[in-house]
Design a protein around this ligand. Sequence first.
Ligand code: RIB
Length: 313
Amino acid sequence: MSVEENTPAQAVVVVVGSLNMDLIVRAADLPRPGQTISGSSFATAAGGKGANQAVAAARLGAQVSMIGCVGDDPNGRALRQALLDDGVDCDGLRVIPDAPTGVALITVDAAGQNTIVIVPGANAALAPGQVDALESALQAAKVVVCQLEVPEHVVGHTLARAKALGKTVILNPAPATGPLPAQWLPWIDYLVPNESEAQLLSGVAVAGREGAEAAAQVLLERGAGKVLLTLGEAGAALAGPEGVQHFPAFQVSAVDATAAGDTFIGAFAAALAQGCAEVEAIRFAQQAAALSVTREGAQPSIPNRQQVLAWPW
Ligand code: RIB
């Protein structure tokens, strides 16, 4: 089935992950340690890798449920409303009374590159019971998506449960700090790291495409089903038991790379849930991510399905 022929009502995606309010400054360059610089603008926008991936999947054709935590504060209410505005089911969102909603401090330079510091706040309170409470959504899901901005034991719990239910399981190992727990790898159908994450996960020095593919090989040997590498301007590569397939990048003029990876993951999940073939899902995800870097912010930058399909690629 192609992306154009999808059946959205059956394309259920569950995202377990973080919600952050992004505090974004733009400056000509990213500051060096100890340096004070002047920025050119400040904005706030809905973000968090989990919420961004949920919004991307929803805008790109899936029926999405989000499991996560926010604080009992204006940021939390705004993030919930942002998800609802995109049609994301929020029954799995829990309000934590004594923790602030997560925030991310983001600096974007003139080339669209960023640095991000997150303060997890309520995201740290996500508990396995929240995942279990949404068992009916998990049962209905075709694809389950996790990242690493929420407690590790909840990610492990979700991966195990989703695998036991026979779902397609995607882990975006971001932010990565080191190797994943060994028992996780067989639960993951698609491990989707960028270059630096692939290096941290595998211990293989990654400089360029060949290094990334060597790192992917290590992760396959540890038990991951497939490794889908996002390589920025070098495109993407899918490594699996049959070998490595490379996907060149779509060229766009970059404004802000924030949430490009999240858009890729959400689009890939939505396309798989719609029954698309892997190769087509990857190209669709690349196109959606490419469009996202032409716009500022995390969730504000994520295109919808019509915009991706109408773009003259
Ligand atoms: O991937 C981009 C996201 O990372 C931002 O929205 C920020 O909240 C951090 O989670």
